[in-house]
Ligand binder design. Structure first.
Ligand SMILES: Nc1ncnc2c1ncn2[C@@H]1O[C@H](COP(=O)(O)OP(=O)(O)OP(=O)(O)O)[C@@H](O)[C@H]1O
Length: 283
């Protein structure tokens, strides 16, 4: 039932349209997510589950995109029984209980994939996850036909992390300082730096987990830091979502209240679009 639904549901053109309309300033993430999901969906016989690792500064759209993707795979999105969100600090808070978390996670994933092969698992705050927890799911992400009678090959795993955000920002800033357009940043400028940077980062959640050196992550997806103009776009989107008329004075006031870095140039919003909604309440 859920496989049938998910195959029917992923309409690449609709996903493309929604990402292009709603996700601001993330040309690379849009491109890679579309490519990854379309390729996976068109493959009748995937050799492993799809694993996406989303990286970037706070408030740049990682959770937002995961939500959109989830809705395109299972109609109820995050509320679907086939979409599961884990938040490190909420679900795996205590370092002493790693063994317990590993057992629970394995049982949970096994149970859910047995019920629905195309289950979606989202792990938020990977950079706050104790190294080792993710080891528990490594066998599920590998190229096995089955693990204990269950095939994981149609499942999708999405990891969200701030790890690598500094490397992405550095490259974006280099482009900006060289007078080059943000849209000219290509995946090849970022992907290698990112996979090595994340691999060597003790706090990435993937550190020494074997997921990277065994090539179990299919796509590293960079989220660029958001600029003033993107923050303004977020304010307008939020106004539209609230059914309000767009008031450019308020848009500017909200954007002006955000703080931008680096200190010298003040180009990127340090919270991305994250606090836009709450700030708008005051206007
Ligand atoms: N690139 C973007 N385009 C449109 N809206 C965005 C974008 N980035 C963030 N937003 C808005 O800001 C809110 C917060 O962003 P989101 O939770 O996706 O950030 P995040 O990258 O997951 O941050 P964190 O790393 O802190 O968890 C979103 O719900 C969305 O409304």
């Amino acid at each position: 039932m859920c496989i049938f639904l998910s195959v029917l549901r992923l309409a690449p053109a609709a996903l493309k349209l929604e990402l292009e309309e709603k996700l601001f300033g993330q040309h690379l993430a849009t491109e890679v997510i579309l490519k990854a999901l379309t390729g996976f969906k068109n493959n009748k016989n995937p050799k492993k589950p799809l694993t996406l690792s989303l990286h970037g500064w706070a408030g740049t759209g990682k959770n937002f995109v995961s939500q959109i993707v989830a809705e395109h795979l299972h109609s109820k999105g995050l509320r679907s029984n086939f979409v599961h969100l884990f938040v490190s600090t909420l679900h795996f808070p205590h370092e002493q209980q790693i063994k317990l978390y590993q057992d629970q996670l394995q049982g949970w994933i096994r149970g859910n994939v047995s019920t629905c092969a195309s289950s979606v698992f989202i792990f938020d705050e990977m950079d706050k996850l104790h190294p080792g927890v993710i080891d528990a799911i490594k066998p599920f992400l590998d190229y096995y036909e089955q693990v204990d009678g269950v095939s994981y090959r149609k499942a999708i795993f999405i990891f969200l992390s701030n790890a690598g955000g500094d490397l992405i920002t550095k490259i974006a800033l280099d482009f900006w300082r060289a007078g080059r357009k943000r849209e000219d940043i290509q995946l090849k400028d970022l992907e290698p730096v990112l996979s090595v940077g994340v691999f060597n980062n003790k706090h990435s959640g993937l550190w020494h987990s074997g997921l990277i050196d065994r090539n179990l992550i299919d796509y590293f997806i960079p989220f660029l830091p958001l600029e003033y103009r993107h923050v303004k776009m977020c304010v307008r989107a939020e106004m539209r979502a609230r059914g309000s008329a767009i008031d450019e004075d308020i848009v500017t006031r909200v954007a002006d209240e955000m703080t931008f870095f680096p200190k010298s140039e003040k180009i990127y919003s340090d919270k991305g679009c994250k606090t836009v909604q709450s700030r708008l309440d005051f206007h």
